[in-house]
Design a protein around this ligand. Structure first.
Ligand code: NAG
Ligand code: NAG
Ligand code: NAG
Ligand code: NAG
Ligand code: NAG
Ligand code: NAG
Ligand code: NAG
Ligand code: NAG
Length: 360
């Protein structure tokens, strides 16, 4: 028996209270529900055997951003939420996939980490899994924002970028490595300033492309309120960028909470900006594609999943803000700050599962 709840879109179309008729969506207790807005979500995306449960509910917000697997240490690396003090800097939360044991750590040269990805430094073979992790460091009042490569097997690190042709970034938010070119595509937003640990921004909110082998850096998109998560489609023809402009110091839902799509031109530029999706709850933050091309983003009540045409297929509803997630083979870990959820036995496969787990 499937435990996926079908949502009747026509019933919802003319009944503002339709969703409140589901007890599972209206409990004050932490709870996870799988909602199918399209039957394909139950049959093809999650599959009828998908099962969700909570792994952790902690007294601090260990599960906020990133969510990258590193094979040599068999662990997922997650960044914690900012806790309001430079005395208690953002943790890297290490979740062992051996037994789901947790630990918190910090790496040298990494001050206030946020998004990240697996990283092949120039010259490394991409026949194996990524040897390193790449973190966006938002920086602080003393240290500039940039990209920091970490080897979690040795706890060593290297700053590979900490300015843009001589100008400071505001606070880098998230990054992806293009699997064919090795280039790093990343976003720069104002959250370090909004959270009072960075100076006032001195550049616009932009998306950049950086070549770690040559130092070439290029602005590839602007016109955002707050560019945040970014992700390639599995065919690498599209780049998705989330705009979390609805959240500054406070939330204002008349500002963007929107996913934009761009064509990736000649593997180095962007064109044809268009609106891809707008969620019905909160703002889309972290974003990941699955190998079938569906797009998963973390929103105000959990994970929303859209078809490549931008139609909502379903949700992993956790009833609380979610900022990122991590695909694992046959499953997905959903972060909700103090809470960590897992959905097992799913059919969907994350775009980078093959690369990160060496499970092709
Ligand atoms: C459900 O999703 C599939 C796959 O994206 C699509 O072809 C179909 O038209 C959708 N059905 C409805 C009723 O939206
Ligand atoms: C810092 O963390 C503690 C423990 O989770 C929490 O009670 C407090 O509200 C947090 N402060 C901020 C500013 O996030
Ligand atoms: C980092 O983790 C420790 C527990 O391991 C916790 O006490 C501390 O508040 C955490 N800091 C943040 C910013 O999450
Ligand atoms: C750039 O950031 C560094 C480190 O935070 C700081 O020392 C420097 O003054 C900044 N440069 C400008 C032009 O603001
Ligand atoms: C790296 O740091 C973690 C704790 O933060 C520790 O458990 C591990 O042994 C360290 N590894 C090395 C090679 O020092
Ligand atoms: C930028 O990174 C380099 C390499 O780690 C470091 O030497 C330099 O001091 C950094 N710049 C600033 C302003 O901290
Ligand atoms: C990685 O491997 C692919 C083949 O799968 C190749 O086309 C590509 O150029 C390689 N990328 C780098 C950065 O070496
Ligand atoms: C919300 O933002 C809009 C601009 O999008 C602004 O006009 C409005 O005053 C803001 N509302 C509040 C309550 O700040």
């Amino acid at each position: 028996m499937s435990n996926i709840i079908p949502i009747d879109l026509l019933a919802l179309s003319t009944n503002l209270n339709y969703l409140s008729s589901f007890p599972a969506l209206n409990t004050a207790e932490p709870a996870v529900s799988l909602l199918a807005y399209n039957t394909t979500f139950a049959t093809n995306v999650l599959g009828e055997n998908a099962k969700a449960r909570q792994l952790y509910d902690l007294p601090w917000q260990a599960f906020h951003e990133m969510g990258t697997y590193h094979k040599a240490t068999n662990s997922i690396y997650i960044t914690s939420n900012w806790n309001g003090s430079l005395e208690n800097p953002i943790n890297v939360t290490v979740l062992s996939l051996e037994d789901y044991a947790l630990s918190s750590t910090h790496y040298p040269n990494l001050y206030e980490a946020n998004g990240g990805t697996g990283y092949y430094p120039p010259g490394s073979s991409n026949d194996s899994t990524p040897p390193k992790l790449l973190f966006c460091d938002q920086g602080d009042f003393e240290h500039p924002s940039g990209l920091v490569a970490v080897d979690p097997a040795t706890n060593t690190s290297e700053v590979i970028l900490n300015n843009s042709l001589g100008r400071n970034f505001s606070s880098l938010n998230d990054v992806r490595q293009h699997p064919k070119t090795g280039d790093l595509w990343f976003t720069d937003a104002d959250y370090g300033f909004f959270q009072s640990f960075r100076p006032a921004p001195a550049v616009p909110k932009q998306v950049y492309r950086f070549e770690p082998s040559t130092g070439v850096i290029q602005v590839v998109a602007d016109g955002f309120d707050q560019p945040n998560g970014l992700e390639f489609s599995p065919d690498l023809q599209t780049l998705y960028v989330t705009d979390t402009g609805a959240q500054h110091v406070t939330q204002n839902l008349t500002r963007p909470a929107t996913i934009y799509a761009f064509d990736v031109v000649d593997k180095v530029r962007l064109g044809n900006r268009r609106t891809f999706a707008y969620p019905d709850n909160g703002f889309p933050d972290g974003i990941h594609a699955e190998t079938d091309g569906n797009v998963w983003a973390n929103c105000g009540d959990g994970v929303h999943v859209w078809s490549p045409q931008g139609i909502l297929l379903g949700k992993i509803f956790v009833g609380a803000q979610s900022n990122n997630m991590a695909f694992i083979p046959g499953g997905v870990l959903v972060f909700s700050n103090s809470q960590l959820w897992i959905v097992e036995n799913i059919k969907a496969e994350g775009r980078e599962i093959c690369r990160d787990f060496g499970a092709c």
